[in-house]
Ligand binder design. Structure first.
Ligand SMILES: Cc1cc2nc3c(=O)[nH]c(=O)nc-3n(C[C@H](O)[C@H](O)[C@H](O)COP(=O)(O)OP(=O)(O)OC[C@H]3O[C@@H](n4cnc5c(N)ncnc54)[C@H](O)[C@@H]3O)c2cc1C
Length: 270
């Protein structure tokens, strides 16, 4: 009976604007081709005792819905533009209305952009961010157009390090700038970072620590040419890639939830 009751409920998986989340070069096609199998795997994880406990503690029975029901109700390319938590209602851009019993918010995050901080020239051409597949496509195009050029990577985290490697492989002269004393400071110890910094330096990366990008100078076409650093140095760059972190996408829920550290305050973690 319990199973039947939940089979009637709507399960909504929306992915708006055809925007593909990261890690997803092949993911959408994998999902489409393996939808039934994937959904089965996803929901079977809820039989895991620990997860089951968490799900039950959210007043949601562990054995959620049949695979057929889930696949029937998956919604792609549907942007939710309004969420009313009081009436448990979501509204899509196409004005479709969804009622829910339990809402799982998994809207991900969006990158911090330097124009958010009013940094001079941050809207110049050839300054890139990396979050979605479309961002990667634009960057690849610029790498091809600026062959063997100069690149400056802003940020010494995962994105910064990975982009450095990609740019070096593509024969760019690369500089990387970050304010911390070593790269990936939230994850690496100084010793671990020293190994990677040595490796990158050997590959030709110019690592600039203890300062940040403070402005960009562009040419008459609006294309970035130089980066001004806060410590007064100026670096040449045909391409700038910025990886300075991300912030949770919670606009839909503002004013309806408690916020903490830029995200939604939750009372337990999986
Ligand atoms: C370039 C890059 C490489 C990465 N590499 C790795 C890696 O190798 N390993 C690793 O563990 N992590 C990696 N990460 C981090 C990882 O991608 C994220 O931690 C992960 O995607 C977060 O998952 P999520 O489900 O919270 O958000 P997302 O994957 O961003 O998914 C959010 C989803 O919500 C949808 N959405 C948002 N707003 C709405 C709305 N209003 N209506 C409907 N749908 C909406 C979006 O379209 C999207 O489908 C990488 C990140 C980037 C940017």
């Amino acid at each position: 009976m319990e199973q039947n009751k939940h089979e009637e409920e709507e399960v909504c998986c929306s992915d708006y604007n055809n925007k593909l989340p990261p890690l997803s070069a092949k993911y959408p096609w994998f999902v489409v081709q393996n939808l039934e199998n994937l959904t089965h795997q996803l929901f079977s994880t809820l039989h895991d005792p620990l997860l089951k406990h968490h799900v039950e503690s959210l007043s949601c029975p562990g054995n959620l819905v049949s695979v057929q029901t889930v696949t029937k109700h998956l919604k792609f390319l549907t942007e939710i533009v309004k969420a009313d938590l009081a009436s448990k209602t979501l509204t899509s851009a196409a004005e479709e209305i969804f009622k829910y019993e339990v809402l799982i918010i998994a809207t991900g995050s969006t990158v911090f952009r330097l124009d958010d901080f009013s940094i001079e020239g941050a809207d110049s051409k050839n300054i890139f961010y990396l979050r979605e597949i479309q961002d990667a496509d634009k960057l690849v195009e610029a790498i091809q157009n600026k062959k063997d050029g100069k690149a400056l990577v802003v940020g010494g985290g995962y994105i910064g390090l990975e982009l450095n490697a990609a740019l070096i492989i593509n024969n760019f002269h690369v500089s990387m700038v970050y304010p911390e004393p070593w790269c990936m400071p939230r994850f690496f110890t100084a010793d671990m970072a020293a190994f990677y910094e040595g490796y990158y330096t050997k590959k030709g990366v110019n690592i600039i620590k203890g300062t940040v990008a403070a402005g960009f100078i562009s040419d008459e076409n609006g294309e970035v040419k130089q980066v001004k650093l806060k410590d007064g140095r100026v670096e040449d760059a045909d391409i700038v890639v910025v990886g300075v972190g991300a912030k949770p996408l919670i606009n839909l829920f503002r004013g309806q939830v408690k916020e903490e550290k830029g995200g939604i305050k939750v009372y337990l973690h999986f």
